[in-house]
Design a protein around this ligand. Structure first.
Ligand code: MG
Length: 205
């Protein structure tokens, strides 16, 4: 069920709706803590969030030979995939609810292995993510949005290159670097400022 929405009118006029393309893992869902919790349990390690500095740490920090071995293990953890078990990052869902209440469209853009598609839909529902649309795909730029938010070092350049009229935000993480043409945001407060600026600009025509 979608929360009730009222277009914001703090300045006495309606703020235009902005279409927000929002990534899940590393932005809304705590993928790093999630897989580490199960890996530590299953293999007796004591990995923590602070250990993860690279995009490929599911291989670099583990005994898995490649990503396929990681996916094979992560597909069935207590009967669900690792994605089903993830915790939301602090404040992320509340921030999306706030943006949604302000009248903006929340378009979830996430890349997932096929085995995790159903778990992803369940995850979005059980954590109350106010998703107007959910797209599970690799080429996120195929979905037209006004503003994108992503942490993927391989995703961001594609968004910048293929959506020159959109605003692309890099969610700063240890595993990504500045991307030419992308705006850096450190948290959802800064993302909110970017969205508000964009909406104000749209209002000015
Ligand atoms: Mg991500």
């Amino acid at each position: 069920m979608m929360p009730h929405r009222t277009p914001s009118s703090s300045a006495g006029y309606l703020v235009p709706s902005v279409r927000l393309g929002v990534d899940l893992d590393g932005v809304v869902a705590d993928f790093t803590s999630g897989w580490m919790r199960f890996y530590n349990r299953d293999f007796g390690t004591s990995l923590t969030n602070e250990d993860s500095k690279r995009w490929n740490d599911v291989v670099e920090l583990t005994h898995f030979a490649d990503i396929d071995e990681f996916w094979e293990w992560s597909a069935d953890l207590d009967g669900r995939s690792v994605f089903w078990h993830l915790e939301p990052l602090p404040g992320a869902v509340d921030a999306l609810v706030g943006l949604h209440r302000s009248g903006h469209d929340i378009v979830i853009l996430t890349t997932k292995p096929t085995f995790a598609v159903e778990d992803t839909h369940e995850w979005i529902a059980k954590h109350g993510v106010p998703a107007d649309e959910i797209h599970i795909l690799e080429d996120k730029w195929l979905v037209d949005c006004d503003v994108y938010l992503d942490d993927g070092p391989h995703i961001l350049p594609g968004l910048v290159a293929n959506r020159p009229d959109s605003l692309v935000c890099r969610y700063i993480r240890p595993w990504n670097r500045p991307v030419p043409g992308a705006v850096d945001v450190r948290n959802f407060d800064e993302f909110r400022e970017v969205v508000d600026r964009q909406a104000a600009q749209d209002a000015d025509g």
